[in-house]
Design a binder for this molecule. Structure first.
Ligand SMILES: CC(C)(COP(=O)(O)OP(=O)(O)OC[C@H]1O[C@@H](n2cnc3c(N)ncnc32)[C@H](O)[C@@H]1OP(=O)(O)O)[C@@H](O)C(=O)NCCC(=O)NCCS
Length: 181
């Protein structure tokens, strides 16, 4: 059975390999990736799953700003190919979302499949267009979860980086103006 623990600095290469395997070379073009450029992930919410002493799954969260309010962006979430379908992805999300709630975070957004993420409570952000992303996103894939009552419903506006840790990296991935979704 998989166990969950906080990510350590030395996990970096194994995590990079998992994410490469899960998302392939097109991943940098994704809108969610561009929000991460120049901003560090939240290390206190970075978790991995281990099975028989091997790192088999990763989840990270980034801080974002939604119309002036703080929120989290979940992802990437990746599970080793041959171990999919055993509940590791859901388990890792439940573990990390519970840590986020305990730390006082209020709302989480992600871009993904509602049938999957709905299993841990995510739902499509409605009405479509209430929250806009800085790039093309299929609006039915923009999902949200409240960690505190009413927190998701209180969000509206444009999603941007919460702050910049590395302005040079961010400049290489400028965020577009809001698009209609
Ligand atoms: C998506 C991913 C994280 C799921 O991890 P996992 O450990 O296999 O997921 P779990 O075992 O917790 O859940 C598996 C269940 O979810 C379902 N599921 C998985 N991906 C799904 C999807 N995209 N849409 C709907 N259902 C999905 C499976 O069919 C399975 O259903 P079952 O329990 O009825 O058999 C994993 O497949 C992965 O790493 N994919 C590549 C990276 C990726 O796409 N990440 C998500 C980005 S949006």
């Amino acid at each position: 059975m998989a166990t969950y623990r906080s990510e350590k600095p030395e996990d970096g290469p194994a995590i990079d390999a998992l994410v490469r395997q899960g998302f392939g070379p097109g991943r940098y073009a994704k809108t969610a990736y561009r929000l991460r450029e120049g901003v560090g992930f939240l290390s206190e919410l970075a978790f991995v799953a281990e099975l028989d002493g091997k790192l088999v799954a990763t989840v990270r969260y980034w801080p974002i700003d939604v119309g002036g309010k703080s929120a989290l962006m979940l992802g990437p979430l990746a599970v080793r190919n041959e171990l999919r379908g055993q509940g590791i992805g859901i388990g890792l999300m439940e573990h990390s979302l519970s840590a986020a709630r305990q730390r006082g975070h209020r709302a989480v957004l992600l871009v993904g499949d509602e049938p999957y993420y709905g299993r841990v409570g995510f739902k499509a952000v409605k009405p479509f267009g209430r929250i806009t992303m800085p790039g093309p996103v299929d609006c039915s894939r923009l999902l949200g979860l409240s960690l505190a009552e009413g927190a998701l419903e209180s969000l509206s506006g444009h999603v941007g980086r919460a702050h910049l840790d590395d302005p040079v990296a961010a400049a290489s991935a400028p965020l577009a103006v809001p698009t209609k979704q």
